[in-house]
Design a protein around this ligand. Structure first.
Ligand code: AMP
Length: 400
């Protein structure tokens, strides 16, 4: 699903475009419509799933479409750490930039100056405040924080906040909020204490659980950072080098499946294609050739990435980077089934490096990088600005 399908305000869409997001991640697809509909929500979602945008985007949309007329704080996002507060504030700055959303991050560890700045912003009100519990509590105790018209509360990484002993601080803050508000709770895990917290805060919440599958450890994963025109020569090199009986190559579009198949055939590889343009009979005959080993190389769209049961695939090549971590796990999970070992190589062009970063965050580790043979020429470096393009922008109230 693309962001354009959510019918968001054009100023917010500009912010989403500037971040380079097009496709919503699974958690965003599930969560955004419920938040827009005004529901309370409890979501099991880990870092790397796109959960930050899953709550920030609909919040911004709601704030743009029904702005507050007074100087209150409209939304409060409570997070466990200063680092997360800063990171969320940076995302907010980017997404809300074109809509003129005012925001501030309030966290511990700052100097007296920071406190004065926070005090000023909290007394004047802001659209969205991102805070750590302890620091917010100190401000509230001083009496100037404008919470009387707050409409939205987000608890992010709630399990971590409880592990860090923030329960009492959180409850103190919540006692100072209006009773009628929309509540959103995000947590990587759902131990009983989170359920108890949810019961006391949320009102008839929608429950969302995006189960994140992890690929089996026995898959040898490599990612190759290359330029787009180097992809076919690299596939050709890898196929010759590995010489496996069963290799499955995924492409994101039918067109690239067709082009790659044509090119590999031209290079004399025994390869064929499968995608939704083929009729059922043709698909079945191609699959049966692949299953039986008569056809060593099959090039497919994602129709083959889920559920298809072929046990002896030795190598999966992602000709392009899948849209999200789930697709990645499903694609590479086609190899190393049953007891067999397998390899999964992903070809990453410059524009796709950002998608790889998201996948790596979901996996919880970097995918080791493969060495590109020198005869293919120079290769691109890993870009360091992938994770956040917003951080250079400034906006009033946002301190950094
Ligand atoms: P999070 O789980 O919120 O920490 O997000 C993990 C990373 O994914 C961040 O670097 C985000 O910028 C990025 N991200 C989130 N949603 C999308 C999306 N729909 N498309 C591309 N990148 C995304």
């Amino acid at each position: 699903m693309k962001f354009i399908d959510f019918n968001l305000d054009s100023r917010l869409m500009e912010g989403i475009d500037a971040a380079g997001y097009e496709e919503a991640t699974p958690v965003q697809q599930e969560v955004i419509p419920h938040i827009l509909a005004g529901k309370d929500l409890i979501a099991a979602a880990q870092t790397g799933t796109g959960k930050t945008a899953a709550f920030l985007l609909p919040l911004i949309q709601k704030i743009i479409t029904s702005p507050q007329t007074n100087n209150s704080i409209t939304a409060l996002v409570i997070v466990p750490t200063r680092e997360l507060a800063i990171q969320i504030a940076q995302h907010l700055e980017g997404f809300g930039y074109f809509a003129g959303i005012s925001s501030i991050a309030v966290y511990g560890g700052g100097d007296g100056n920071a406190f004065i700045q926070e005090k000023k912003a909290l007394s004047m009100g802001a659209d969205i405040v991102v805070c750590t519990p302890g620091k917010m509590l100190s401000h509230i105790k001083m009496g100037y924080v404008k919470l009387q018209d707050l409409k939205y509360l987000v608890l992010d990484e709630a399990d971590r906040m409880l592990d860090m002993g923030f329960f009492d601080d959180i409850m103190f803050v919540i006692k100072h909020l209006p009773a009628k508000r929309q509540n959103l709770l995000f947590s990587a895990t759902m131990p009983p204490k989170i359920r108890t917290l949810a019961k006391s805060i949320l009102h008839q919440p929608i429950e969302i659980n995006i189960a994140i599958s992890k690929p089996p450890e026995k898959i040898n994963q490599l990612a190759y950072l290359i330029y787009e025109p180097q992809k076919i020569p690299l596939v050709s090199f890898l196929l010759k080098q590995t010489n496996f009986d069963n290799t499955l190559i995924f492409c994101s579009s039918k067109l690239s499946v067709k082009q790659l198949t044509k090119e590999l055939k031209r290079l004399s590889f025994k390869a064929d294609e499968i995608h939704s343009d083929l009729d059922q009979d043709k698909r079945e005959s191609v699959l049966s050739d692949f299953r039986s080993g008569r056809l060593p190389i099959l090039i497919a769209t994602d129709i083959l990435s889920r559920g298809i049961d072929i046990d002896n695939i030795e190598l999966v090549i992602n000709f392009d980077v899948p849209h999200d971590g789930e697709d990645y796990v499903h694609r590479i999970g086609r190899t190393a089934r049953a007891k067999a070992k397998g390899s999964a190589y992903t070809l990453v062009n410059v524009a796709e490096q950002r998608k790889l970063t998201v996948i790596e965050q979901l996996l919880g580790h970097e995918v080791p990088k493969g060495e590109v043979p020198s005869e293919l020429g120079e290769t691109p470096k890993r870009s360091t600005s992938n994770s956040n393009q917003h951080s250079k922008r400034r906006h009033h109230f946002n301190k950094k």
